[in-house]
Design a protein around this ligand. Structure first.
Ligand SMILES: NC(=O)c1ccc[n+]([C@@H]2O[C@H](COP(=O)([O-])OP(=O)(O)OC[C@H]3O[C@@H](n4cnc5c(N)ncnc54)[C@H](O)[C@@H]3O)[C@@H](O)[C@H]2O)c1
Length: 494
């Protein structure tokens, strides 16, 4: 068994089109070095465009500092691309003969410990393994476009694939923020594409029979069940449709319709020129006013919005992102020398892409967010944080005064300090400062009076001396510090 944390973070991407480019972006933004092989003369430009889209969307999903972006290189042979790689992702066109040729070249140079994943939408791993030098190294790792935003990845092994390597692959995919769906048994087109194809086939009939246009079909998804599917899938949604009487009631009610049948799923319309042209014309009328690049950006922003809102609810794909955030560096720092006669530096981080407003600067509530995190860190330092809350006590904010001095730009390195102006067992009067790390520029300050509260009665009470011991050590150390010039100001004071 290979320990995933000991693997080099080097990925080789063979085929850098829509999907290979998306893979490259996901690995790079997760801190992996990526080497791409694609013989197309425009391969570098294609990848640059995909990477630009990924950089402008994926980082907005993180609420923690992402790893430093990995290095991107291009190789002129498959052999050069895959040497030293821990992960090789094959994303060449969907033709078995091309995939076989490429896999043979990969296996002639790649370390035997590496994962060889194929993005294939339809082929089974046993088909990819035919005549391979080491079939045990090959599996399907089927992503969804855009790979840099969507977490789902179908992992399909054949009986010949090394089970331990499949486990390594699953762990690596989790470490780059993905959600592996381990497909139990290989079948053509795995799970999701089987499902999508059946929906697509039905849509083709609706267009061919003149029942609905491409736009009407999309409306039926995006204003209705698409929103349900995005967060509860098919069966959980139907469970709710059954109401209190549940899933069995739902199936008894609607199941017989499958026999009529309502749909044409058993039959496939011929994709003749007439149907192809009809669809293309309707689609042009629906979306032709946007370039593909515009639509891609619109899609990415929409996905970020939906994924972020699922994140706030720690639900579905949002929960996957929250788990990934936990693996990223945290800005809060609570191991400081409490007896130093200097403001405590308790927060070191960056202005995250998700914190930027329409001006391109850190938006106002994120200043409050940083100070709030700094307060959490202070409570940890004085041992009055979560455990203390369980005893029924906490500090409540009674009064604040914020001042904003300068703007902070995206990715700028910033830090926050706290100075205790005064503390007794009931009151805690503090002064936070936020600085730019590069030039010490003062960005903002926040003066706060907290009161020590018994949460059951909701009343201000004195903390007992033992609980407040660490706080008093810091308060004593800060007692001789110069009072901040702007402490005690009121709004509008000159
Ligand atoms: N497009 C999707 O939505 C999607 C989703 C999931 C999986 N897939 C799968 O991903 C794979 C790639 O699909 P795509 O949509 O990115 O196709 P694409 O046409 O955009 O990209 C394929 C790339 O492979 C390159 N290529 C061709 N021959 C090559 C070779 N011998 N060595 C290296 N590169 C070579 C091409 O120059 C091209 O850039 C397919 O197996 C497809 O089934 C596609």
């Amino acid at each position: 068994m290979i320990a995933t944390e000991n693997l080099s973070k080097r990925a080789a991407i063979i085929g850098g089109g829509v999907i290979g480019g998306g893979w490259a972006a996901r690995f790079l933004l997760s801190g992996w070095d990526v080497c791409v092989f694609d013989p197309h003369p425009d391969a570098e430009a294609t990848l640059a465009a995909i990477l630009a889209n990924a950089r402008s969307s994926a980082p907005a999903l993180a609420d923690a500092v992402l790893p430093k972006e990995g290095a991107l290189t291009f190789a002129t042979t498959i052999g050069a691309a895959v040497e030293n790689a821990a992960w090789v992702q094959e994303s060449v066109p969907e033709e078995l003969a091309i995939k076989h040729k490429v896999i043979a070249e990969i296996q002639s140079a790649v370390p035997v410990s590496a994962v060889i994943g194929s993005s294939t939408s339809g082929f089974k791993p046993s088909e990819l393994q035919q005549d391979a030098a080491r079939p045990e190294q090959i599996m399907v790792t089927h992503p969804f476009n855009p790979v840099y935003l969507l977490p789902l990845i179908e992992v399909v092994a054949s009986p010949e694939t090394d089970k331990a390597l499949v486990q390594v692959a699953a762990e690596l995919l989790v470490s780059i923020g993905m959600k592996p769906l381990m497909v139990r048994k290989e079948i053509d087109a795995h799970i999701a594409d089987r499902f999508l194809e059946s929906v697509w086939r039905e849509a083709l009939w609706l267009v061919k029979d003149g029942i609905a246009t491409t736009e009407e079909i999309d409306d039926s998804i995006l204003y209705g069940f698409g929103l349900r599917w995005a967060q509860m899938g098919l069966f959980e949604t139907y469970r709710l449709a059954g109401g209190e009487e549940g899933m069995a009631h739902f199936i008894r009610q609607f199941g017989p319709a499958l026999q009529w049948p309502w749909s044409r799923l058993t039959d496939v319309p011929e994709l003749d020129e007439e149907l192809v042209n009809k669809i293309a014309e309707q689609s042009d009328a629906q979306s032709g006013q946007h370039s593909i690049q515009e639509l891609t950006r619109i899609r990415d922003r929409n996905l970020v919005g939906i994924l972020r809102s699922l994140k706030e609810r720690d639900w579905g794909a949002g929960a996957v992102l929250n788990e990934y955030d936990k693996t990223l560096a945290t800005a809060v720092c609570d191991d400081v020398a409490a007896s130093d006669a200097a403001p405590l530096r308790l927060w070191n981080g960056h202005v995250l892409p998700a914190w930027i407003d329409y001006n391109g600067h850190m938006t106002e509530f994120r200043y409050a967010h940083v100070f709030s995190d700094t307060c959490e860190a202070l409570l940890k330092v004085i041992d009055m944080h979560a455990e203390y809350g369980k005893l029924g006590f906490s500090y409540y904010t009674a009064e604040t005064h914020a001042q904003f001095f300068d703007e902070a730009a995206v990715n700028e390195s910033i830090y926050a300090t706290v100075q205790i102006i005064f503390a007794d067992t009931k009151r805690l009067h503090v002064f936070y400062r936020m600085h730019a790390a590069a030039d010490e520029r003062m960005l903002a300050s926040l003066e706060v009076m907290y009161l020590h509260v018994d949460m059951k009665s909701g009343r201000v009470v004195a903390a007992d001396d033992d609980a407040a011991r660490k706080l008093m050590v810091i308060a004593a150390a800060h007692a001789d510090l110069e009072k901040p010039e702007t402490a005690g100001r009121f709004v509008g004071q000159r």
